[in-house]
Design a protein around this ligand. Structure first.
Ligand code: JCF
Length: 686
């Protein structure tokens, strides 16, 4: 075999260095400097060189991230500095007690303050990473804290893990000879969903949660499978560091140093000046929990000064200087008492689990959605099962899975399979379950009281007629009392009759009548959306309102005319025809118009003037502070812009609010301009 020339050796080294830098730009800094294609070309060049001259291969080569031949078993790694776990706090009182224990031990003088470093507590797998002369040489799991498993080959496949560390200004002068860094390997929510979809399609076992998916992926003997999983990493602590190396004095400056030499560090870390600032941080993170791209189960607080950490030391396996302030659990176990079917606006039957009440994420839950029958079958859920309930953020609680082991327990109640009812549980009409659809439906249409009630709720809702103060509960009360039999009855309601309802009074009744009156002045698009035609959502309603100027024109349209409209296909076109073919619908619509529902016909001059964003397309990501994303979408559409959901090279701009998702990286990658909220405001004023 030929050996590589000096020039080839140099080239391989240069390629490795360049690829490692771009990898860091992309996966750690979220700031790619070259295109994917350029990266691939460099990667292939290195791969070819290494294949031709295997002697050029090195353990820190980016080509080694693709995985190595499978292992028989993992070797054991001894942690010379033990990997600690964390004590937990569950309340502000627990936190106050923790602070007091610290203050008692370090003798704070009057003027002394106790600073804390805060970071989200990631729900993943703790790892220890060893670097020698700036090169990654070994990685291990926590194991029991003093001994873990050698998972070096698996860790090498993580794109965010630096294979070589960066030092500005030459050689490894700025680095300790030996450096052990600790952190958490985790899977982002989006990667987890994608993985489970792929597992389902290929008939493989799905993972219960991102934590299990991350742990399962890291503990595979075949690292080429690990390479195919999208695992992320954040580092947060040090293990051994060579004698004599000066480690930064605080937790926060240590994290900054780790980031500087190439490690991924969570961008949410922050210094809190006192305990009250810690509580603010905790509350802020908790409120943004569901919008974060990864799962967290609390906040880790650490005494910021490392000298004080040393002074405090540890008890058994947990440091005195750190604590995990946990969020209330989002998952709980309870007993599934019964399954009932709820009838929605379109007649869809949704199975709902009646549960023994249980606290989930700090809220008592006694109902949870089971989505549809396919989901029930897939998860094999039966009445009397022990089930795991999940309530993430503000979403409706759902049944995640069955505790299967409980079925084997003697003395537990008999399980019963869940069957779809043959008739509607509300009106008794036949239920239809077509082969193409996951959902089963009541066939009675608005003749079914349940469907009708849901329709009135839709009519009053914010995106439809926007009747302020008329929520779901009040609609139920009005309909149960017989005051509203059809939507147009809303416009004939009198203050006295509303005031009679439970929990209402003259004042709230007066307000309600005023907002019903105010809702009469609407837009054609909202009116069309409020009619509740099957599958005519807000966007279709807007397109229809733009294409037809009056109700009469819309009513008279045939399938061809409807299908000519942007985003209206044959199914929706037929739904519209069917809607106007039903005389009940037409009567109701006429009654609404006679009751005074109206809108201003857009005139030709104002449209041309306001369509300044015609022909542009925007994507929204993250949280805006001055308006909701829906409002931003409407304001942009009003100016003629198209608001789409994913970034492509053709996108005019990405509008990024707080905590933007992966769309930001994609936009930057494609060179799509990124606008912040202030720039959005300017755009809307233009
Ligand atoms: O995010 C975590 N799961 C996490 C775990 C963060 C930390 O800063 C930790 C930790 C476990 C031990 N720090 C220590 C000392």
């Amino acid at each position: 075999m030929k050996s590589a020339s000096g020039a080839q050796k140099k080239r391989a080294e240069a390629l490795r260095k360049e690829l490692n830098t771009h990898n860091h730009q992309y996966h750690v800094l979220d700031d790619p400097k070259i295109s994917d294609a350029q990266y691939d070309a460099l990667f292939r060049e290195l791969q070819e060189l290494e294949e031709k001259y295997p002697a050029l291969k090195s353990a820190d080569s980016p080509t080694q991230r693709v995985g190595a031949p499978p292992l028989q078993n993992f070797a054991t790694v001894a942690h010379s500095v033990p990997m600690l776990s964390l004590a937990n706090a569950f309340s502000e009182e627990d936190m106050q007690a923790w602070e007091k224990r610290i203050a008692d031990r370090i003798d704070l003088s009057e003027s002394d303050t106790l600073e804390f470093a805060a970071e989200p507590k990631l729900d993943g797998l703790a790892v220890s990473l060893r670097y020698e002369d700036g090169v990654f040489v070994q990685g291990a799991t926590r194991g029991d804290g003093s001994q873990g498993e050698d998972i070096t080959l698996n860790l090498r496949t993580l794109s965010a893990l630096p294979l070589t560390l960066q030092v500005s200004g030459g050689k490894s002068a700025g680095l300790p000879k030996e450096l052990i860094v600790r952190g958490e390997v985790f899977m982002e929510k989006a990667a987890f969903t994608a993985l489970n979809n792929a597992q389902r399609k290929s008939g493989n076992k799905e993972f219960a949660n991102p934590r299990n998916a991350a742990a399962g992926s890291l503990r595979l003997l075949d690292s080429s499978i690990t390479a195919s999983r999208q695992l992320s990493l954040y580092v947060y602590a040090l293990g051994d560091v060579s004698q004599g190396f000066k480690v930064p004095a605080t937790q926060q400056s240590m994290l900054e140093w780790l980031a500087k030499i190439g490690f991924p560090v969570c961008s949410e870390t922050k210094v809190c000046a006192n305990l009250s600032a810690c509580f603010d941080y905790y509350n802020d993170i908790q409120s943004r929990r569901s919008a974060l791209p990864y799962e967290i189960d609390g906040v880790v607080f650490k005494v910021n000064e490392r000298s004080r950490q040393q002074l405090l030391g540890q008890v058994s396996r947990a440091p005195r200087w750190a604590i995990a302030y946990k969020f209330p659990a989002e998952e709980s176990v309870t007993h599934l008492i019964e399954v009932e079917f709820q009838v929605g606006r379109t007649g869809a039957l949704t199975p709902v689990a009646r549960l023994e009440p249980v606290s989930v994420g700090g809220v008592t839950v006694s109902n949870a959605t089971l989505h549809n029958l396919d989901e029930i079958t897939r998860k094999d859920i039966r009445v009397n099962d022990k089930v795991i309930i999940r309530r993430a953020g503000d979403v409706i609680p759902e049944v995640v899975r069955v505790v299967l082991d409980d079925r084997k327990q003697a003395g537990t109640p008999r399980r019963r399979k869940i069957k779809l009812p043959e008739t509607c549980p509300v009106c008794g009409s036949p239920v239809e379950h077509s082969a193409e659809e996951a959902v089963a439906r009541c066939t009675a249409g608005r003749g079914c009281p349940a469907q009708h009630k849901e329709y009135v709720k839709h009519f009053a809702s914010r995106r439809a007629m926007d009747i302020d103060g008329l929520g779901d509960k009040l609609v139920e009360q009005l309909m149960d009392a017989g005051l509203v039999k059809r939507v147009d009855d809303l416009f004939a309601l009198r203050i006295e009759e509303i005031a009679e309802l439970p929990r209402m009074g003259v004042k709230s009744a007066t307000n309600l009548v005023a907002s019903i009156e105010a809702s009469k002045s609407t837009t054609f698009a909202r009116f069309i959306f409020a009619l509740g035609i099957r599958e005519v959502g807000e966007t279709s309603a807007e397109n229809l309102a733009g294409a037809f100027r009056t109700v009469e024109q819309l009513e008279a349209a045939d399938v061809a005319a409807l299908e000519a409209i942007n985003d209206i296909g044959p199914i929706v076109a037929n739904n519209i025809i069917a809607y106007f073919a039903d005389s009940n619908n037409v009567d109701t619509m006429r009654a609404l118009l006679s009751a005074g529902v109206h809108w201003v016909e857009p005139d030709a001059t104002s449209t041309t003037q306001s369509q300044s964003l015609d022909g542009t397309s925007y994507v929204l990501t993250g949280t805006l502070s001055s308006m909701t994303r829906d409002e931003a979408k409407r304001l942009l559409s009003d100016k003629g812009a198209r608001v789409v959901s994913s970034v492509s090279a053709k996108t005019t701009g990405l509008i990024a609010g707080d905590a933007p998702g992966s769309k930001l990286a994609k936009a930057e990658n494609l060179g799509v301009p990124v606008l912040d909220e202030a720039q959005l405001q300017l755009l809307l004023k233009s």
